[in-house]
Design a protein around this ligand. Structure first.
Ligand code: UDX
Length: 435
């Protein structure tokens, strides 16, 4: 089937490559010429394991192309909307102008034999509005949220744990379902649940899922605050409560909290939209979730300053990690970089290292020092903060690391190191929610 994918960022580039790997003829459209050239060369403009291979395989088969010219979507039966919905400047609400622009640009290419499938995360009510905007063309609209995690995006796209089809009533909905079933035919099996809902439910599934994940993380981080106040250990607490399978251990890793391009902006957009719908009380707790999350960043700075006897001034601080999480080069709302900047503003001489995110970090925050090699970054540090749990930082040897630094102070912002091992090697080990 000929498919178009509008917007080739994290979501769209992966979706386009994954759909080509399922045997479709895919054209990816993006306004950014640099991005289109990179994707055409099989070079993802961001770090995502497995994506480059998928891009190259698609290009080799001749079934995957990227372009800036929207007229290249001509002949496609299914058009996926994968553009971003960032937080509006100065507001909590999501900016849906890219979604609107994508639909507008598609309109001349739509007919009764085509469908538009929204994948972007949008405020509830958007799909209903867009369905109206394209109704004249005879094309059907569907909302089919994605749940992919950066770093696992290829696998999450090709092996999702559920598919959600938000459709209109009657024949348009049935047609959209048939078309999308055809697109996903290779993935559909008895064990893959496929839920057919109305537009609003499909839109809410995505925001509700992200709100739940954010809540789970902030819940354990709130417990972390209590552990700090009482001398308990949040990692053992998480293990113990997570053994109850009604609770589950996943997403109960206490530490510096969540960041990235999704969870923070999605819970804020949800609060803004709930307010517009007169249901703000229903999600008022998300404000607290956001506050707990933000407090962790301040708390770790306090712990580090305390370990340095009350001041960062003139101290060399090495920050391990710049990406918002491991296996990603994404620094959007990165907790690690937020902490690095806070320490720098308090007089610390901050060096940041990361296996993948230095380019992006240095573009966003040129005021910090960046060093690629971990050992070089550690050299002569007065304190080391592990803020993004890349494998290589988890595997650091306390004795060897001690030979590089000036002061053996280690702050474990992700609770991934063994306090015993590091203390045995003469380090002052401090962490969030652990004695
Ligand atoms: C998230 C959702 O998981 C995904 O389903 C949705 O489509 C997009 O948003 P992503 O932003 O890629 O995906 O990251 P995720 O793996 O969910 O992690 C989000 C943040 O939470 C990271 O900063 C991570 O470090 C943090 N986190 C995660 C914790 O602090 N503790 C945990 O236990 C888990």
């Amino acid at each position: 089937m000929k498919i178009s994918v509008i917007g080739c960022g994290y979501l769209g580039a992966v979706h386009a490559a994954a759909m080509a790997s399922l045997g479709h003829d895919v054209i990816g459209i993006d306004v950014d010429e640099v991005k289109v050239d990179a994707l055409t060369a099989g070079l993802p403009p961001f770090f995502e394991p497995g994506l480059s291979e998928l891009l190259l395989a698609g290009q080799d088969r001749g079934s995957l192309k990227f372009a800036t010219d929207i007229s290249q979507v001509a002949g496609a039966k299914v058009h996926f909307i994968c553009v971003g919905t960032p937080q509006k400047a100065g507001e909590f609400a999501a900016d849906v102008t890219y979604v609107d622009a994508a639909v507008e640009s598609l309109r001349p290419h739509l007919d009764t034999d085509s469908i538009v499938v929204g994948k972007s995360t949008v405020p509830v009510g958007t799909a209903e509005r867009l369905a109206g905007a394209i109704s004249e063309s005879g094309a059907s609209l569907m909302w089919n949220p994605e749940f992919l995690r950066e770093g696992h995006a290829v696998d999450d796209t090709l092996h999702p744990n559920r598919l959600v089809y938000g459709v209109a009533d009657g024949e348009p909905g049935k047609r959209a379902t048939r078309y999308l079933d055809e697109v996903y035919a290779e993935m559909l099996s008895d064990s893959l649940p496929r839920l057919i809902t109305d537009f609003a439910t499909a839109e809410l599934v995505k925001t509700a899922a992200n709100s739940f994940l954010a809540t789970k993380i902030s819940f354990i981080n709130a417990m972390s605050e209590l552990c700090e106040a009482s001398g308990a250990d949040v990692t053992q607490l998480a293990d113990a409560i997570g053994m109850d399978d009604r609770i589950g251990r996943k997403f109960l890793n206490a530490g510096l909290g969540f960041g990235g391009g999704c969870l923070p902006k999605d819970i804020r957009a949800f609060m803004a939209r709930a307010g517009e719908l007169g249901a703000d009380q229903a999600v008022a707790f998300l404000r607290e979730i956001d506050s707990i999350n933000m407090r962790r960043r301040v708390r770790i700075v306090d712990i580090a300053r305390d370990a340095l006897h009350g001041s960062f001034i003139g101290k060399r601080i090495t920050v391990l990690g710049a990406a918002f999480k491991p296996d990603s080069d994404d620094v959007r709302d990165s907790p690690a970089l937020a902490v690095a900047r806070l320490i720098a503003t308090q007089g610390g001489v901050v060096t940041v290292t990361d296996p993948q995110a230095i380019d992006n970090a240095s573009k966003s925050f040129p005021e910090l020092n960046y060093v690629i090699n971990t050992s070089d970054a550690l050299l002569n540090a007065d304190a080391v903060l592990l803020l993004t749990e890349w494998r290589e930082y988890q595997d650091l040897d306390p004795k060897q690391t001690a030979s590089l630094v000036a002061g053996r102070i280690l702050i474990d912002g992700r609770n991934v190191l063994s306090p015993e091992l590091w203390r045995k090697a003469g380090w002052t080990y401090r962490a969030l929610g652990r004695p």
